[in-house]
Design a protein around this ligand. Structure first.
Ligand code: ADP
Length: 652
């Protein structure tokens, strides 16, 4: 076994790898960028080497600096995690030529599976079923459009270099094909530097079921069953589970056989995943699944497999890279119980899952496990850390295991509802709603479920009167005062003899509520929103959990976090001016397309420009009707908060 390894990654996966290495007595070296100087993975590793500025292209993607760091610290092997350099065969070659071990497959295996089109051709030859479609060399729009017609609409355009759902467009009819193609190409070019695409049949009622495979350097390959990753938004997984609901022995045999065949076709070594798309319009049928792609690395969702198979996949990776044989044979492996993983992201489901940034002012994960279930939190952040715009905005993965699907799902709901995150918008409320969705509960999940039910799943984030009252109470400082033993606190206005009303103002999503708060003789609080003659009475032992810092209070209730701005009445006047007159960039990025010009009269909801940020395109639509006074230029680089569109002042 190695005595020291370097982890060429960051965040939760770097921390995850460090934990296993430590358990095995292997020392670890972390690498970090400027933005990560004080991050958790750096703190956890035995040593850490700074490799460059914050943008990944100048740090985590700099193979040369990473190899240099490994040599300098005496690490014998490099674990790439997922993302970044994990599927870059040139990096593998460089690692090997530097006399180090790459903890993963050979460069040749990665190359064979690296491009979706070539991989499909290879799999077809190996006898693995592939999705009907065009994965040839031609890229002319006329050829692609006629192939699409032959395949039959709906079709899916995919970047051949694709990953993470980028550069992918579903097209329902021929008229939309040209626009979808150019969008897919732009996104693919930006994300992968390769704008070539393939066209596939869009599978009906698609389910994403993937098989975990593992190979060693002696020609052995085993599978560790399947994971169902059909719960997706924008083609990206949000909740994964194992085993797949409704899986039959016949279907599992067919899928895992194909997966092992695929891995053997490329003499695969290490952890890999064969992703299949399944047509579930008629249940799970062994003749209705097709190879989509192979991920030649550890997957984000690998913990669900670990939970049901009772193995540590990172340990397996290290053992195999160190030249050992597979730790188990196929016959030794079996599934016990059921596991779910939910990915908590800093993102705004209400804004079409736009990635968010922010400082995690408050971070607490549920530590409660329901009867017989167990839970694991995989995270790379601590309270006080920032989610920066530079990297993937994932905050944590909650992984639960139960005796069966139902108990695992209750444990998941419970874990989500009892997690508290403030300081950034997150998708926790959305994940909890998904875990409660009747189709999800029934295991009837296809990849379009979230998009179809987006309105119901994303709704429910508007605070009711009870929550607003709790926010007003927190903003007034009254609950703090009541719980304080400092006589000065008591002196500022709360007395059992002369209850004094205090004013507070809170704002939620542009909606402002002014209210008055007092503590009554019986010790309970009375909150009265302005203009209302009824009040909400709250007793001291019914205060909701909250996180507060200057100018802000977040109330945690019903599994959601409601972030309120607390308004200083003096700052208000200054802010009101111009608030409605301009639209600002929600995150740093680049203006890709501008669809309106100065002087145009636009209506609410009309797309004005496309912002490319975090390698994805985000359409910015008018928030209200108005005439454009100024609009950002195409190609402009913008920061978080930069004015993108300014409207002409309207006479009121
Ligand atoms: P990426 O590498 O960008 O993640 P994939 O090829 O793995 O792209 O596909 C991502 C997701 O897109 C799949 O999980 C599935 O939900 C959907 N998808 C892919 N191919 C098809 C298809 N032919 N029909 C329907 N949905 C598909």
């Amino acid at each position: 076994m190695f005595s020291k390894i370097l982890i060429a990654n960051r965040g939760e996966i770097a921390c995850r790898i460090i934990r296993t290495a430590r358990k095995m007595g292997v020392k670890t070296v972390a690498v970090y960028s400027d933005a990560d100087a004080r991050s958790l993975h750096v703190e956890m590793a035995d040593e850490a080497v700074h490799i460059g500025p914050s943008p990944a292209s100048e740090s985590y993607l700099r193979g040369d600096k990473i190899i240099e760091a490994a040599k300098q610290t005496g690490a014998q092997a490099i674990h790439p995690g997922y993302g970044f350099l994990s599927e870059n065969p040139d990096f593998v070659d460089a690692v090997t030529s530097a006399g180090l071990v790459f903890i993963g497959p050979s460069a040749a295996s990665i190359r064979a599976m690296g491009l979706k089109d070539a991989a499909k051709r290879l799999m077809e030859k190996a006898g693995v079923p592939v999705v009907p479609g065009y994965h040839g060399e031609a890229q002319e729009i006329v050829v692609l459009a006629s192939k699409a017609r032959e395949i039959g609409y709906p079709v899916l355009i995919k970047a051949r270099a694709g990953g993470g759902g980028k550069g992918m467009r579903r097209v329902d009819n021929p008229d939309d094909f040209p626009e979808a193609l150019s969008g897919a190409r732009r996104e693919a070019k930006a994300a992968f530097g390769d704008d070539r695409v393939l066209v596939e049949k869009y599978v009906d009622k698609p389910r994403h079921i993937e098989c975990q495979v593992f190979g060693d350097n002696f020609g052995n390959v085993v599978h560790l069953f399947e994971r169902d990753c059909s719960a997706q938004r924008r083609h990206q997984k949000v909740i994964e589970e194992a085993p797949a609901p409704g899986m039959t022995a016949e279907m599992r045999d067919a899928m895992t056989d194909a997966a092992v065949k695929a891995a053997k076709a490329i003499s695969y070594s290490g952890a890999g995943t064969i992703e299949f798309i399944v047509d579930a319009s008629d249940g799970l049928r062994p003749d209705r699944f097709w190879f989509m792609e192979m991920n030649t690395r550890l997957q984000v969702e690998h913990p669900v497999t670990e939970m049901v198979a009772g193995v540590d996949l990172v340990e397996w990776q290290l053992r195999i890279a160190a030249g050992e044989k597979l730790p188990a044979s196929q016959g030794d492996l079996e599934i016990t119980g059921h596991a779910f993983e939910a990915r908590i992201y800093a993102e705004d489901p209400a804004k079409d899952f736009l990635p968010a940034t922010g400082t995690l002012r408050h971070l607490r994960f549920s530590d409660a496990s329901l009867d017989g279930s167990s839970m694991r939190v995989e995270t790379g952040v601590r309270q006080g850390d920032a989610i920066s715009p530079y990297y993937d905005p994932m905050i944590a993965k909650l992984v639960v295991h139960g005796a069966d699907r139902q108990s695992a799902l209750s444990a998941l709901s419970d874990a989500l509802e009892n997690s508290e995150i403030a300081g950034s918008t997150t998708n926790i409320g959305f994940l909890a709603a998904l875990a409660h969705d009747p189709d999800f509960i029934a295991g009837d999940v296809d990849t379009d479920l979230i998009a179809r039910k987006q309105d119901t799943l994303v709704k429910g984030e508007v605070p009711g009167v009870e929550i607003i009252a709790q926010a007003l109470l927190a903003a007034s400082g009254a609950s703090h005062v009541a719980q304080s033993s400092d006589p000065w606190d008591l002196a500022i206005g709360y007395s059992h003899f002369h209850p004094i009303w205090r004013r507070a103002t809170v704002r939620f999503g542009g909606e402002e509520t002014v209210g008055t708060v007092r503590q009554r003789h019986d010790g309970r609080f009375e909150v009265r929103p302005a203009g209302s003659d009824s009040s909400v009475v709250i007793s001291a032992d019914h205060l909701y959990r909250k996180a507060a810092w200057p100018g802000h209070v977040t109330i945690f209730a019903n599994g959601s976090a409601f972030g309120f701005t607390t308004v200083d009445p003096f700052a208000k006047a200054a802010e009101a001016e111009g608030a409605q007159a301009s639209m600002r960039a929600p995150m740093p990025g680049m203006v890709k397309l501008v669809r309106a010009a100065k002087g145009d009269h636009v209506t609410k909801g009309q797309p004005l420009l496309v912002l490319e940020a975090m390698k994805m395109e985000h359409t910015i639509a008018a928030q209200h009707d108005g005439t454009i006074a100024e609009i950002a230029a195409e190609g402009a680089q913008v920061d978080d908060g930069t004015v993108l569109v300014r409207f002409e002042e309207t006479a009121t």
